[in-house]
Design a protein around this ligand. Structure first.
Ligand SMILES: Cc1cc2nc3c(=O)[nH]c(=O)nc-3n(C[C@H](O)[C@H](O)[C@H](O)COP(=O)(O)OP(=O)(O)OC[C@H]3O[C@@H](n4cnc5c(N)ncnc54)[C@H](O)[C@@H]3O)c2cc1C
Length: 426
């Protein structure tokens, strides 16, 4: 039997991949609902999401959506929506082609001309900071305006605290970047076209809910794992008033919980995992009547006084009328984790007005946390776990939803070595 600890998207997808392979497994979720950080609810007639606001329709997401029967529930964003950056008093559209870059107001003329030097600068050094790498490649202005908010925004991190070898190098490889960033982009015709953004009619939570329905009795809610011990050639998991024995255990819970569960069976690994940092984020949903259209905006790093990191335009993305989702905090404004809801609501309202010019009314305030993927990740180098214990988690490999699905699939393959049984997911 395989025991999966955690019923967020990673644990649920892993369960589904094991189900398809006919494996004997159980997914143990501490909470009373599946999905982990993916959470949606209806407020004033609109669906609000507190975790991810959208997924990208990559091949992995498309496949799982079809397998769990969610295809008809998909709401795709209209194509051609702009993304914006707030800098020096206004929102500026992010250019996605060389032509658009040259004619844009995203950075000054010297900032644009600086790009000419890029192909002559050295390639990535795994030991340098992400901020140093991008600054010497594209110059400080473009780094602060575009790259720091977009790349750092994925983790709520400050790239000055991130190491190339720990968080960026795999992305560069994926895009075929060796020395120059610009040349592979130009070889692709100069355009960056990410897969379409999507959600579901019932919000992002529809995906974990549909996966959970496929797992049936194999998913156990309200089943927090308190401790993992060795038991013969396998493992014993202690729950409240119950012990489950398993040959293999996969830990998908957040790093602090995983560190606790490893403390008895792998104390050195537990110490390393416990040292990983998380960034605090506040998610504030705003009701605003605006003529804003686009994906949303990020705030340039040259605006250090704003705690606002970015805003998603749920209105134009998915037709959720007058709904905007503001993210505040991250590595540069950790004080948000101590702010009460009323203070955060006021701050979000004030900074939304400063960036867009529009008044708004806060609908909800929640505190979240993101694995920082910063220099504290050096601790994971050389980490080893006893045979039969594995980790598959958003602090272990890529945190985005496509990365979560891919890791779940890889883990299921490694655990079973079994091909997918056709009849299991017909
Ligand atoms: C605010 C926010 C916005 C995001 N936006 C995007 C986005 O736009 N696009 C994107 O691709 N990704 C986004 N992400 C990242 C992505 O959503 C997450 O990385 C992913 O959902 C994490 O899933 P997970 O299953 O690995 O972890 P989690 O969702 O953290 O799930 C872990 C589960 O383990 C359970 N658990 C904890 N302790 C125990 C225990 N002792 N026993 C049993 N179970 C336990 C928890 O209850 C939880 O359900 C965002 C994340 C956040 C927080």
């Amino acid at each position: 039997m395989i025991a999966v600890v955690g019923g967020g998207i990673t644990g649920l997808t892993l369960g589904w991949e094991l189900e398809k392979r006919g494996a004997d497994y159980v997914v143990l979720e501490a909470g009373s609902r599946p999905g982990g950080v993916i959470r949606s609810a209806e407020v004033e007639g609109r669906i609000l999401d507190w975790g991810p606001q959208r997924a990208r329709l990559t091949s992995g997401i498309t496949r799982i959506v079809e397998e769990v029967g969610l295809k008809d529930e998909v709401v795709e964003a209209p194509s051609g929506l702009d993304l914006f950056v707030y800098r020096a008093g206004r929102l500026r559209a992010v250019p996605f082609s060389p032509g658009a870059f040259l004619s844009s107001d995203i950075v000054s003329l010297p900032g644009k001309l600086r790009m000419v030097l890029e192909p002559f600068t050295a390639g990535a050094d795994p030991d340098e900071r992400v901020s140093e790498y991008f600054t010497r490649k594209v110059g400080r202005e473009l780094y602060e305006t575009l790259i720091a908010p977009l790349y750092g925004g994925l983790y709520g991190s400050d790239p000055a605290e991130m190491r190339v070898g720990l968080s960026l190098i795999h992305v560069l490889r994926e895009f075929g970047v060796r020395r120059s960033l610009l040349l592979p982009l130009l070889r692709r015709g100069g355009k960056v076209v990410p897969p379409a953004a999507c959600t579901f009619h019932g919000g992002m939570h529809s995906l974990p809910r549909s996966l959970a329905a496929r797992l049936g009795q194999r998913l156990r809610l309200d089943a927090p794992v308190r401790c993992v011990r060795e038991a013969g050639s396998g493992w014993a998991l202690e729950l409240d008033g119950e012990v489950i024995e398993a040959e293999s255990v996969v830990l998908t819970a957040p790093a602090p919980v995983t560190a606790h569960l490893l403390s008895e069976v792998a104390p050195r690994a537990a110490e390393k995992v416990a040292s990983l940092r998380y960034n605090p984020l506040a998610v504030v949903h705003l009701h605003a009547e605006t003529d804003l259209r686009g994906l949303g905006f990020q705030v340039a790093f040259s605006e250090p006084d704003l705690a606002l990191r970015g805003v998603t335009y749920n209105d134009s993305l998915f037709g959720r009328e007058n709904l905007y989702t503001a993210y505040l905090g991250g590595a540069r404004h950790p004080e948000v984790s101590d702010m009460p809801a009323e203070v955060l609501a006021e701050r979000a309202k004030k900074e939304f007005k400063a960036c867009t010019g529009f008044d708004s009314r806060p609908l909800s305030v929640e505190h979240e946390r993101m694995p920082a993927w910063d220099i504290s990740w050096s601790a994971l180098q050389g980490l080893s776990l006893p045979a039969g214990l594995r980790v598959a988690a958003n602090w272990w490999s890529r945190p985005g939803l496509p990365g979560r699905l891919a890791e779940a699939e890889r883990t299921a393959r490694a655990l079973t070595g079994a091909p997918v049984r056709d009849e299991a997911h017909a």
